[in-house]
Every structure is written in structure tokens, then in C-alpha cells.
Ligand binder design. Structure first.
Ligand SMILES: [Zn+2]
Length: 171
């Protein structure tokens, strides 16, 4: 659990998912416009979320890579539910970025460590196309479309909520 947190949550909070890309300075490779669009949409989502949650947040940083830290600073003061939404957003975007960059192993690794939101069986199976995690238990009661499958958004929310309830029980 802690490993996942370190891998998926902490770096996104303090750093930014674009950082790795921004520091690779080789311009030789053709720019994938689809990925750039995806990154821009992700940053916009973070800005919109932060502004809606904290209207007095002020203008976002000009540098896209600083936007995640900006959101994290403001998220600290949010009500529990909104703070949870922020965590889910960051985790979900982290997974989406990995999938968009073709880092399927990262997503596969994460899915494998999640219990199925329905039947709690471990070992969700990641399908890069159509980007769904499937439960391996044939008797899993569903739901899901197709049956027994979950989106990254669903997995991210389930992960964050499960972690919180674990933390509550530990205290
Ligand atoms: Zn299941």
C-alpha cells in the first residue's frame, strides 16, 4: 500500500507528471500531438478543479508543471470530501498519463495490486485496449461494462477510499 502511495501519489503532489517529459531535451522525436492534447486537458482539469474548490486560490502558475503543486497546496485546506476528490484526480491522471505514454507495465502493476471493487479478489487484469481492468473471478457479481471491468477513474476512487478507511480503522 505504501509503495503504491509513494509511486502514484507522492510524486504527483510535489512534482508534476509533465516534468519527466519536459526534461527530455531531445527534439528529434516527432511530437505526439495526441499526448500534448492529453497533457493540456489534464492541466486544465486540475486548474478547473482547484478554482471550483477554492475560489480564492488566485491565478494558477504560468508554468504547467507547477500546477500540481499549486493544487496540492490548496487541497490541504479543503473539506474531507473535496480533498479526497483531489487525491482521486491526481491518482487517476497519473494512471492515465502512464497509459497515454505507453507505460502499460505501470498501469498493469497498479491494477494487479488492487482488490476488485465488487468481490475484493486481488489480481485485476489490465487491458490496454480498451483501457479497462478486468476481474479474474468468473463469479464476480459485476457490474461493469463490459461485465467485471473497471475504468481507471473507478480504480483510483476505490483505491483512495479503501486507503482512507484503512487509515481510519488504524487510529
Ligand atoms: Zn470481482
Amino acid at each position: 500500500m505504501r509503495l503504491i502511495e509513494t509511486e502514484f501519489i507522492t510524486p504527483r503532489r510535489t512534482g508534476d507528471p509533465l516534468g519527466r517529459r519536459a526534461t527530455t531535451s531531445a527534439p528529434a522525436a516527432p511530437v505526439n500531438l495526441g499526448i500534448l492534447d492529453h497533457m493540456a486537458a489534464s492541466v486544465n482539469e486540475v486548474v478547473d478543479f482547484t478554482r471550483a474548490a477554492t475560489p480564492d486560490a488566485g491565478p494558477p502558475p504560468a508554468k504547467a508543471s507547477a500546477v500540481y503543486a499549486w493544487m496540492a497546496d490548496h487541497a490541504e485546506h479543503l473539506a474531507e470530501e473535496k480533498r479526497r476528490d483531489a487525491e482521486v484526480l491526481v491518482l487517476r491522471q497519473g494512471l492515465e498519463h502512464a497509459a497515454a505514454m505507453g507505460e502499460e507495465d505501470t498501469v498493469r502493476h497498479f491494477a494487479r495490486q488492487q482488490p476488485c471493487p465488487n468481490c475484493r479478489c486481488y489480481g485485476l487484469f489490465w487491458r490496454p485496449t480498451p483501457r479497462l481492468a478486468a476481474c479474474v473471478n468468473r463469479k464476480c457479481p459485476g457490474p461493469g461494462r463490459p461485465a467485471r471491468t473497471f475504468t481507471l477513474a473507478q480504480l483510483a476512487r476505490h483505491h483512495v477510499e479503501a486507503r482512507e478507511s484503512l487509515a481510519r480503522r488504524a487510529t
